[in-house]
Design a protein around this ligand. Structure first.
Ligand code: ZN
Length: 263
């Protein structure tokens, strides 16, 4: 059963998150595959945390539909990680940040702590350099981005924050050092030796209300080369990504695979 992140609705392309956010505003009998026009259905996923579109009962995609072909190509056991990535929508950071705080917290939890973002992050370790370069993802603001373009070192992130003056979703790649308590919050500074695109200071920041939930895992990500998925932003204290869930936002880069990830 192929799954996809977008659908055609009344001649517009919409994302599963948009439907999830405005569930009752849509006639849910009218979603069609963006590639072949077959009728598809919206599904909120397990615990309503994984919105996506899937096949309408007893209705198949056209045999030559790109979504169907991708499913056949990638859904086999050894390639299921790739399938997980190409059927994923990347939330748009700015949109989350502009929401009021309760709403924002609910959405951030949903977007970051879903099973899909965990799978997505896990998949990165098993992809080849070529796959990282070739694979594209749809973002919530309807852009298609290359996976490789959102994997960044801290200096690149900082440069982009300075140039664009706006927070954004990315996958930070960098080396952590030992955690430091800052009041009731905790920060994990990244190393800044300058050799690996890390001249400037950058922190992973666990807000006070998320410390309890993460405290048993903090030491497991100290002094490690990691990928961290999140919203890069700047405030009065510096450049950072907030860490709400180590389990869902951080992946340690496996040593054996290091040579593949020389970006
Ligand atoms: Zn189709």
């Amino acid at each position: 059963m192929s799954r996809t992140n977008s659908a055609t609705y009344k001649n517009e392309t919409i994302d599963a998150f948009e439907v999830d956010d405005n569930y009752n505003d849509f006639n849910r009998n009218q979603f069609k595959c963006v590639e072949c026009g077959a009728q598809i259905q919206f599904n909120r996923g397990i615990n309503k945390e994984d919105p996506h579109f899937k096949n309408w009962p007893n209705t198949s995609h056209q045999p030559n539909c790109e979504i169907e072909l991708n499913y056949k190509r990638f859904s086999k056991q050894d390639n299921s990680n790739i399938y997980s990535i190409i059927s994923t929508i990347l939330p748009r950071g700015e949109r989350l940040i502009n929401l009021d705080s309760n709403e924002k917290k609910r959405k951030i939890r949903k977007r970051y702590f879903g099973k899909r973002s965990r799978q997505f992050l896990n998949s990165l370790n098993s992809l080849s350099w070529h796959e990282l370069k070739e694979l594209t993802l749809r973002t919530e603001d309807k852009k298609t981005v290359k996976l490789i373009d959102i994997i960044m070192r801290q200096d690149t992130i900082i440069e982009k924050l300075k140039n664009e003056n706006n927070s954004f979703i990315c996958i930070l790649k960098g080396y952590t050092s030992k955690s430091i308590e800052v009041g009731k919050s905790i920060k994990l500074p990244l190393t800044n030796g300058g050799k690996y695109g890390n001249k400037n200071k950058f922190d992973l920041f666990i807000p006070a209300s998320y410390v309890e939930k993460n405290k048993n895992r903090i030491n497991t990500i100290e002094n490690k080369l990691i990928y961290c998925y999140g919203v890069a932003e700047v405030n009065d204290y510096g450049y950072k990504i907030d860490l709400f869930s180590i389990t869902h936002q951080v992946m340690i880069v496996e040593k054996a695979n290091n040579s593949k990830y020389s970006k």
